[in-house]
Structure formats: structure tokens, C-alpha cells
Write a protein that binds this ligand. Structure first.
Ligand SMILES: *Cc1c(COP(=O)(O)O)cnc(C)c1O
Length: 401
């Protein structure tokens, strides 16, 4: 059986998105900045796409900037808020310890440039509270940026309430909604969001294209200088096919959000219940305030990479927040942020289901993970120490019962 359970890493491009792109490769290939018809037709499609994306998000077309993806949108949002803050002498930013690296690495750079950053605690359940945000805001705070849903553990943050706190205190609020899009209905005005990032390839659109929503009145800083595309705020010939594919994909996921969430959360819970029957394993992140697609477990006495390789042999594509997969030796900063000790953070497994997942696939995943965990533990000297009592267990034998 082949099971693609890594939809938080990227999703398959939908037929709808591919069909929406094709005409812009082979017929309407003009440069939107050109005056003749094939260029102007591309321009009209581009501006139509801007209106359609704005409609899904509940904002005006002028508030939409097309980017090369989620990372660029995060960078531009934070850099813009920092520049606006600097002009008013405000050099403090607030975020959480478990953001995506597109946010965290931008923050680290700003710290080197003289800004001060507060990293809020996300606690054991992976959720930050509006009260904690309120308490961290200072006179010189120029931005609060908190992700809508976490890419590793899937926890959903109280975005509307955090946005209300920021609004009341007059501080800009950005959210990285890359993982939320397609799973949670977004309305930027209703949810008090000033800036928001999206990435097409996380909701069945193509790779290399995204959206930055910035409320009217927010002056964007250019990350890329050059031509006057995107109202002069993002130079470079627009990725018209990508934007058309992204727009079609966004409309499609938005139209099916409730039915997909209902279907996926039932499968997610079945998967969680199945994996909880493995001894010395624990779910990461809050059980209910999590994306309908996301399951993330830590297993004692397991190396994440070995688990992934053996699951790959069984046709299962999954991911782990640990060493080799992320290209660094440290375990996932997200798992450390929710208080997992190093030794169990190395044994994590993220399964992110797609809308076409089935009960048979979920049951196959549970069966396979059980087999692989048992096999790896039997070979592990570390596990032998746990069994003999030489080392103490971190987790209880079973979470339930
Ligand atoms: C994937 C992801 C990004 C980066 O998006 P790209 O389009 O791949 O640059 C940013 N934030 C989160 C939460 C993500 O999951």
C-alpha cells in the first residue's frame, strides 16, 4: 500500500489547480506588464486572481501581494512591521518559541540589527494564550507574530482573541497561516488580523507561490528591488500560471472546508487512538485544538530517522522533527518548546493526512508503526536500559486505561 501522510510538508497539486495553470503556459503567456493583447490578458487574469483571493480572505484586492511562497511572505511581513516600528522608535517584537524558521530566523537577524524579541512559551499543549500576549506587549512593541497552526504538532492558536488584544493595544498583528489555510476558515477582518502569510503548495496549489495579506495603511518594505510589479512592493515578472493555480486551489479548499474537516478529524482521531495502544508513546500537542489532518507522536527508545526509513519501505511517507530529516543535529525546536526532553524529541513521528485518506490507510499506518517501533526497540541498547530499569522511562506505559 502507498500512503502519502506528509501533507504538512507539501500537498499534491490538484487537478483543478493544474487545469487553471495550463492556459497561462501555452496561450496566455504574455508578460502582464506588456501593452499588447496577450500581455493584457495575463494582466486581467492576474488582477482577477487578486480579487478572488481577497474574496476568500475577506479583504480588498489592494491588500493582497503575491509572493514566492510562505517564507517570503513571513519575511516581508516582519521586515515591514520592524521598519514601521523603527520610524517611531519602537524596537520590540513578540513571537513564540515554536514558529516556522522563516519567522524565527528573521527574528534572529533583527536581534542582530538591534531589535529586541520576546519568545512566548507555548506550554505543554502547544498553545499560547491571549493573556500572555497582552502581558508581553510594551510601549515599544511594533509587532506580534504568532502562527495560526503549527506545522509540526498541528496545534491551533486563539488567533481572533490574540488579534483583539493587539488591536486594543494598537500593535500590528501578523499570523503565519500557511498550515491553517484549507483547514480553518479565514476571515482577516473578522479575526482581527493585520497581516497574514499563505503558501499555495500546502493547499494543493503549485510550489513557489504564496500570498501576503497586509491591511491597508501598512507600508510594505521591498525584499526584492526592481520593476514596479505588485504596486512596487515586490519586483519581478509575476508568476502568472502559479498564481492562477494557487487561486483555483484556494477557492476549492475554501468551498469544502467543513466537510473535509469533519472527514479528516474522524480519521485523525482513529489514528491517534490506534497509536496510543503503543506502550511508552505520547501524542504531541493539544488533542482537540489541532488541525484535522495532524498527528504527531513521540516514542521512547526510537530514532526518528530509522522509523521514517522503515515506514518508507512499507510505502508510508511521513516526517519526523528529528536530526537528519531537518538537516541539523538538534531535535525539533517545536518539540523542545513544548517541553519534550531531547531523548524523546529524537523519536518523533508526524503524520499529516490528505483529504483522500481512508480508514484502510489509517489502519495500515497504525499496524506498520506498531511493527516498526517494536522492531527498532528490540535492536536498541537504549531500550534495553529502559526495560531493565537502568534508565527511567519518560512516559507512562499507556496513555489511556
Ligand atoms: C511550509 C511553511 C512555510 C514556508 O512556506 P514555503 O512556501 O515553503 O516557503 C512557512 N510557514 C509554515 C507554517 C509552513 O508550514
Amino acid at each position: 500500500m502507498f500512503v502519502y501522510a506528509d501533507n504538512a510538508a507539501t500537498t499534491a497539486t490538484s487537478r483543478t489547480a493544474i487545469d487553471a495553470m495550463l492556459p497561462y503556459f501555452d496561450k496566455i503567456y504574455g508578460n502582464p506588464s506588456s501593452l499588447y493583447e496577450v500581455g493584457q490578458n495575463a494582466k486581467a487574469a492576474l488582477e482577477g486572481a487578486r480579487e478572488r483571493v481577497a474574496k476568500v480572505l475577506g479583504c480588498t484586492p489592494r491588500e493582497i501581494t503575491f509572493t514566492s511562497g510562505g517564507s517570503e511572505a513571513d519575511n516581508q511581513a516582519i521586515r515591514s512591521a520592524a521598519a514601521m516600528g523603527l520610524r517611531k522608535g519602537k524596537k520590540h517584537l513578540i513571537t513564540t518559541a515554536f514558529e516556522h524558521h522563516a519567522v524565527l530566523h528573521t527574528m534572529k537577524k533583527l536581534e542582530k540589527e538591534g531589535f529586541e524579541v520576546t519568545y512566548l512559551d507555548v506550554h505543554h499543549n502547544g498553545i499560547v494564550t491571549p493573556e500572555e500576549v497582552a502581558a508581553a506587549i510594551r510601549e515599544d512593541t511594533c509587532l506580534v507574530t504568532i502562527m495560526y497552526a503549527n506545522n509540526e504538532i498541528g496545534t491551533i492558536e486563539p488567533i481572533k482573541e490574540i488579534g483583539a488584544v493587539c488591536k486594543e493595544k494598537g500593535v500590528l498583528f501578523h499570523t503565519d497561516a500557511v498550515q491553517a489555510a484549507g483547514h480553518i476558515a479565514i476571515d482577516v477582518k473578522e479575526q482581527n488580523i493585520d497581516m497574514l502569510s499563505l503558501s499555495a503548495h500546502k493547499f494543493h496549489g503549485p510550489k513557489g507561490v504564496g500570498v501576503l495579506y497586509a491591511r491597508g495603511g501598512i507600508l510594505l518594505e521591498n525584499l526584492i528591488e526592481g520593476g514596479a510589479q505588485e504596486r512596487g512592493k515586490r519586483a519581478g515578472t509575476e508568476n502568472v500560471p502559479g498564481i492562477m493555480g494557487m487561486t483555483a486551489a484556494l477557492e476549492e479548499v475554501a468551498a469544502h472546508i467543513d466537510e473535509n474537516a469533519a472527514k479528516l478529524s474522524a480519521l485523525r482521531d482513529r489514528l491517534i487512538e490506534g497509536l496510543e495502544t503503543i506502550p511508552y508513546a505520547e501524542l504531541n500537542g493539544d488533542r482537540t485544538h489541532r488541525l484535522p489532518s495532524n498527528v504527531n507522536f513521540c516514542f521512547e527508545g526510537i530514532e526518528g530517522e530509522s522509523l521514517l526509513l522503515l515506514l518508507d519501505d512499507k510505502g508510508i511517507c511521513a516526517s519526523s522533527g528529528s536530526a537528519c530529516t531537518s538537516g541539523s543535529l538538534d531535535p525539533s525546536h517545536v518539540l523542545l518548546a513544548i517541553g519534550r526532553p531531547h531523548e524523546v524529541a529524537h523519536g518523533s513521528l508526524r503524520l499529516s493526512l490528505g483529504e483522500d485518506a481512508t480508514e484502510e490507510q489509517v489502519d495500515y499506518i497504525v499496524k506498520s508503526v506498531k511493527e516498526v517501533v517494536e522492531y527498532l526497540r528490540n535492536m536498541s541498547p537504549f531500550w534495553k536500559d529502559l526495560v531493565s530499569g537502568k534508565r527511567p522511562h519518560v512516559f507512562k506505559e499507556f496513555v489511556k486505561g
